[in-house]
Ligand binder design. Sequence first.
Ligand SMILES: O=C(O)c1cc(=O)[nH]c(=O)n1[C@@H]1O[C@H](COP(=O)(O)O)[C@@H](O)[C@H]1O
Length: 274
Amino acid sequence: MNKADLVTSIKHKKSYLCVGLDTDTTKIPAHLLKAKDPIFEFNKYIIDATIDYAVAYKPNLAFYESLGKAGWESLEKTLEWMPKDVFTIADAKRGDIGNTATMYAKAFFEQLPFDSVTVAPYMGEDSVTPFLAFKDKWAIVLALTSNAGSKDFQQLSLSDTNQPLYKEVLKKCAAWGSDENLMFVVGATKASYFKEIRTIVPDHFLLVPGVGAQGGNLQEVSQFGLNSSCGLLVNASRSILYAANDETFAAAAKAEAKQMQQEMKTYLEDYLSW
Ligand SMILES: O=C(O)c1cc(=O)[nH]c(=O)n1[C@@H]1O[C@H](COP(=O)(O)O)[C@@H](O)[C@H]1O
């Protein structure tokens, strides 16, 4: 999917919600465990329940790979189930030397029909650029993550530039691609950083996980993170998937997604006059 189509979808749904499909067999309702493919069954209900309110879906690969071949099949079926007009993110956090990175890109963009894949920038330019060579596909580079461990490396100052590492990641990676094929991950739990981040990457989309279960603030993220083409995809996984764990789970997920979309609609109106 290209940027124009993503922005059109956001305007149409008045939403920049991404539903994270971190589907965990120990958390899904017990009655679904009797199904032939419980993960797919659960995802199907979640997608159908949230499709009016979400513009993107982000399966986290760990939840599928941890189940081996069966998990991979659940992932393939889930992607087939998704309407064609949603933006799909393979949350795989890949990163390796160039020829290997190309194979990762082929896995997600050719074998699987993902629009984008999350990429760790630690190994540098040749580990990121192979993901940028595919038309209308995206690399989503980890810049400032939502977890406590982001302090360990990302927030350390580099003696060469006197700037924290994550700012160098934003500057350097932005130069390797464009706002048409590259996004950045910035955690919602770091809302106070958004103003500065927007001075470095004013035009790029940011994938923002960390609202809901991790406690990030949607209002602050929106106020300081929105740009003239929205520029945000805010992810929620557990708070939507596991809003209830009985027969009402799909209705509860729908209500949770709707509530987030309604809030987003007001920010699109207030901050962008959309
Ligand atoms: O790349 C990500 O999506 C990601 C980056 C980050 O900084 N923090 C983060 O939580 N994530 C992912 O976003 C999802 C957050 O899930 P919830 O906390 O349940 O909403 C998980 O799939 C995480 O792996």
